[in-house]
Design a protein around this ligand. Structure first.
Ligand code: AMP
Ligand code: DBH
Length: 547
């Protein structure tokens, strides 16, 4: 067993023969585009406007700098950067060297960082000094992970550099040829939303990921005229590859990094940079659609706004187009692989009411019941998938606990259990109706339920905790934690529990939105906590309170 579970050789051969896997690496892609489009602007962010040639040269120079630092191909590097242009030069430098970025989100805090550093056995961390009031560099220094030999900091002028941390600019070295990775090698580790706890590491290769990027760029009709706004965090799979900034760089277009997804900031950039294409999660789409009509920005350049990451209500899908003056595309994807799109020439009915269909003719889709039998066509079931860009196992499969999880997250014949409940329309489009897996989708941000429960249970006054989704008009879902106190006569207050979880240094999304202290949980026939009943109970209370 190796750390990365690969595709069986006969399937890999099929994906190569079909022209999906072309044997190209990210570094080679950028070099090719820099040769074709040298003087076109590739990246706009902050005060920077880099051409393709500049981005390529910066990545070459930093790759040499990382090598000089002692970083080697195959070593993992946790990268936590917000939407700054340095994000792109750093990740392309690492790609070029064959070092493996691990994409932490800017919202991650000590608990998540500690986890991804440990799980990836990271040799280096690239962080800011501080962002969003979070002392990132200091936190990385405090974690003091034994595997981490290098800490590189992109200073945003918001915090101190800990002793031993190297500012990014000091890494720049004269470019030189480096051996570089092969297209079949592990390119990076993406993070899952974390369905059963902290994020899991998703191993993606140059070959498989670039196939999804190229095919996405084609489906989304990207060209050298595309100006793409990265409104979501650049580290997330959606703005990275669906078609995201990688799709745009593949097409020779322009990537504009938005420092905040807030409507005014984003829409002002749309006007200033003549943005043509962007992707957002449903709550953002709603905010933008509400803000745009009165805001007075010229949005006439906008052609397509994608909405994905969580269920988009048909009413919202209908409103976005008229409010922003653009076409809408629904995107249902996952960092593990499979991505579905409504197509740009689909009828309104499909765009509004479905989450689209897969990228590839070789994306295999099964909709199954609890025993893994196919449900009749059109009925709701659990979505299983396998294909040329869907992983066969989480990283690092040499670890027993990861191998054990892989045994349940994938079928014996290599299908990924997405945990999503879907049905397929006669036209072949998927409609997402819920989740099998115990995850809360807070407007696209996934709450790691078990993790929240673990934090709560760590409180001395808490006997047991169960976290479920409660419906929310704005975010779709928020988290509600049910708690059984050790002593029902002296229960902890909700405020104290929330402060306790926050005090453990977790992302804000991990702090429960609502806490209900109860004497006991409802149970199923065999005595397990019935989360179904808890969900129904909190939904009823939310409805009552809204009356
Ligand atoms: P992650 O595991 O963080 O990559 O999140 C992927 C999950 O987000 C999917 O398995 C779905 O549960 C959810 N998701 C993504 N896009 C959509 C969408 N358009 N509609 C409904 N759910 C979505
Ligand atoms: O939610 C996701 O993870 C997601 C949504 C849309 C994704 O990974 C993607 C597109 O590629």
């Amino acid at each position: 067993m190796s750390a990365v579970v690969g595709w069986p050789e006969h399937e890999a051969a099929r994906y190569r023969a079909a022209g999906y896997w072309l044997g190209e690496t990210f570094g080679e892609l950028l070099a090719a585009r820099a040769a074709e489009h040298a003087d076109r602007v590739a990246v706009v962010g902050g005060d920077a406007r880099w051409t393709y040639r500049e981005l390529d040269e910066r990545a070459h120079s930093l790759a040499a700098g990382f090598a000089d630092l002692g970083l080697r191909a195959g070593e993992r590097v946790v990268v936590q950067l917000p939407n700054v242009p340095e994000f792109l030069e750093v990740v392309f430098a690492l790609f070029r060297l064959g070092a493996v970025p691990v994409f932490a989100l800017p919202a991650h805090r000590e608990t998540e960082l500690r986890h991804v550093i440990a799980e990836s056995a990271a040799a280096a961390v690239v962080s800011t000094d501080a962002h969003e009031g979070f002392a990132a560099a200091e936190t990385v220094a405090r974690i003091a992970a034994p595997t981490v030999g290098h800490h590189v900091v992109v200073p945003l002028g918001e915090g101190e550099l800990p002793p031993g941390a190297v500012p990014l600019d000091r890494l720049r070295a004269p470019a030189r040829e480096l051996p570089g990775p092969s297209a079949g090698d592990l390119a990076f580790l993406q993070l899952s939303g974390g369905t059963t706890g902290l994020p899991k590491l998703i191993p993606r290769t140059h070959d498989d990921y670039l196939y999804s990027v190229r095919a996405s760029a084609e489906i989304c009709r990207l060209s050298t005229d595309t100006v793409y706004l990265v409104a979501l965090p650049a580290a997330h799979n959606f703005p990275m590859s669906s078609p995201g900034y990688l799709g745009v760089l593949h097409a020779g277009g322009r990537v504009v990094l938005c420092p905040s997804p807030e409507a005014k900031t984003a829409l002002r950039l749309v006007e200033r940079e003549r943005v043509t294409f962007t992707g957002v999660v449903p709550p953002l789409a709603a905010l933008w659609a509400n803000a745009a009509p009165g805001a007075g920005f010229d949005l006439s350049s906008l052609e397509v706004v994608q909405v994905g990451g969580a269920r988009c209500a048909p009413e919202l899908a209908r409103r976005i187009g008229p409010a922003l003056g653009c076409r809408v595309q629904q995107v249902f994807g996952m960092a593990e692989g499979l991505v579905n799109y409504t197509r740009l020439d689909d009828p309104d009915d499909v765009v509004e009411n479905t989450q689209g269909r897969p990228i590839s003719a070789d994306d295999e889709i099964r909709v199954v019941d609890a025993e893994d039998n196919d449900v009749p066509p059109g009925e709701v079931g659990a979505l299983l998938t396998r294909g040329p860009y869907t992983i066969r196992g989480y990283y690092d499969a040499t670890r027993p606990e990861v191998a054990a999880h892989n045994a349940t997250a994938f079928t014996a014949d290599g299908f990924y259990r997405t945990g999503d409940l879907v049905r397929r329309t006669p036209g072949g489009d998927l409609v997402v109706s819920g989740r099998v897996k115990d995850q809360i989708n807070r407007g696209g941000e996934k709450v790691a339920v078990e993790e929240v429960e673990n934090h709560l249970i760590a409180h001395p006054a808490v006997l047991d905790a169960a976290v479920v989704a409660m419906p929310d008009r704005f975010l779709g879902e928020r988290s509600c934690a049910y708690v059984v106190p050790v002593d029902t006569a002296a229960p902890p207050t909700a405020a104290a529990l929330r402060a306790f979880v926050r005090g453990r240094g977790v992302a804000a999304v991990t702090v429960p939105d609502r806490i209900e202290v109860v004497a006991e949980f409802p149970v199923t026939g065999v005595g397990k906590t019935s989360k179904r009943d808890l969900r129904a109970a909190v939904a009823a209370r939310v409805r009552e309170e809204a009356r």
